[in-house]
Write a protein that binds this ligand. Structure first.
Ligand code: H2U
Length: 357
């Protein structure tokens, strides 16, 4: 939907999220003014390439006493403090409308993205990020083969602002015996759309986003990044494949290459926006690994960064947002334009030149 010239979208309005069946209140009159965000002096990384005290660096000991191998690219291991434990699935409380609990079993993994302690995905080259894509695919394959897992949630929690415990570039994977409620809701909504329209929700959505371009941040032949029409977080984005694919494992070699390229572009733009290591939580949503059909399910990644106006001014979901529904001032269109205007050469890359003061 194009917003230019729409009186409805110029004033306070609610936008509907068809993937989650939720609403967000948008108040463009409060903040949709010329860009006044403070740009801070470029933050330089002071991290060493190798930290002898880091539990993720090659060759170091983890909390459980195991020693990491001298890995060169990526390295995945069972989380030493897993939120889920392997076990028999299925036990639940007796039928009750008020007090309901069920056992949840699963496996938690940690994936180191690079041997280098001082890098982030935004600073890695396409080959390095491509290795991360391959690691994600390998993990989904391995975990789905266990037979006790229905859903594999690949995610990355980046930055202290998101509660990340270690700057060494890494993500996590939690594989569970049931489908968690966010992906479950998305699967149900995509199924309903597919049954009503005979086409998939995200495919239709992407086609309309590409037609106006208003919320498109960047794209290549295989992927597009958009700030969704219904975004809650200021610079929230979705990474959507051009082809109808439901599972990371179904990506062709070319699509994996292109994914590495688009992730590099997106994360560099994020860092360049406030010249900082942009915090976020991101994750992949796709088909459960239980062998059932999930009509209309298209793979996609979601990014939820908390920053609003600078490296230090963040959005909080509080007050009305916790008690009623989420709200934003900055429109999705303005956020997309700001990210689109950023260079995809990382500000710390010598090719970016010296940052303006
Ligand atoms: P976060 O940075 O997102 O917290 O992830 C790091 C994970 O690494 C965390 O889940 C695990 C923590 O349990 N970890 C180990 O598995 N072994 C260790 O020696 C320390 C931390």
């Amino acid at each position: 939907m194009a917003t230019r010239g729409s009186p409805l979208l110029a004033g306070p309005h609610r936008r509907y999220n068809p993937l989650l069946d939720e609403w967000v209140l948008v108040s463009p009159h409060r903040l949709d003014r010329p860009w006044q965000g403070q740009v801070e002096a470029a933050q330089l990384s002071t991290l060493p390439p190798y930290d002898p005290g880091c539990y993720l660096c090659p060759g170091n000991r983890r909390a459980n006493g195991e020693r990491n191998p001298a890995y060169g690219t990526t390295f995945a291991f069972d989380n030493d403090f897993p939120a889920l434990l392997p076990g028999a699935p299925g036990e639940s409380t007796p039928a009750d409308d008020l007090f309901v609990a069920e056992a949840q079993s699963g496996v938690c993994r940690v994936v180191c993205f690079s041997a280098r302690h001082d890098l982030t995905l935004a600073q890695m080259d396409a080959a390095g990020i491509r290795a991360v894509v391959e690691a994600w695919v390998d993990e989904v394959e391995r975990l789905s083969g266990l037979g006790t897992v229905r859903y594999v949630q690949v995610f990355e929690n980046k930055g202290a602002a998101m509660g990340c415990s270690n700057p060494h570039p890494h993500g996590q994977i939690w594989a569970s015996a049931t489908v968690p409620h966010v992906p479950a809701r998305k699967l149900a909504m995509q199924r309903r759309y597919q049954e009503r329209h005979g086409r998939d929700l995200l495919g239709d959505y992407l086609a309309r986003e590409l037609a106006t371009g208003e919320r498109v941040v960047c794209r290549n032949d295989a992927w597009a990044v958009v700030v969704p029409f219904w975004a809650v977080w200021p610079f929230e984005t979705m990474v959507i494949p051009a082809r109808m694919i439901a599972d990371l494992r179904d990506l062709s070699g070319e699509e994996r290459d292109q994914l590495a390229d688009i992730l590099r572009q997106l994360t560099a733009r994020y860092d360049n926006l406030f010249r900082c290591s942009f915090p976020y939580s991101m994750g992949w949503h796709g088909r459960p690994v239980d062998g059932h059909a999930y009509p209309g399910c298209r793979l996609h990644a979601v990014y939820f960064p908390p920053l609003l106006r600078s490296a230090t001014v963040r959005k909080f979901l509080v007050g009305y947002e916790l008690t009623a529904e989420p709200q934003r001032d900055l429109t999705a269109e303005s956020a997309a334009a700001r990210l689109r205007d950023q260079s995809d050469v990382h500000y710390l890359d010598p090719r970016a030149g010296s940052p303006a003061e």
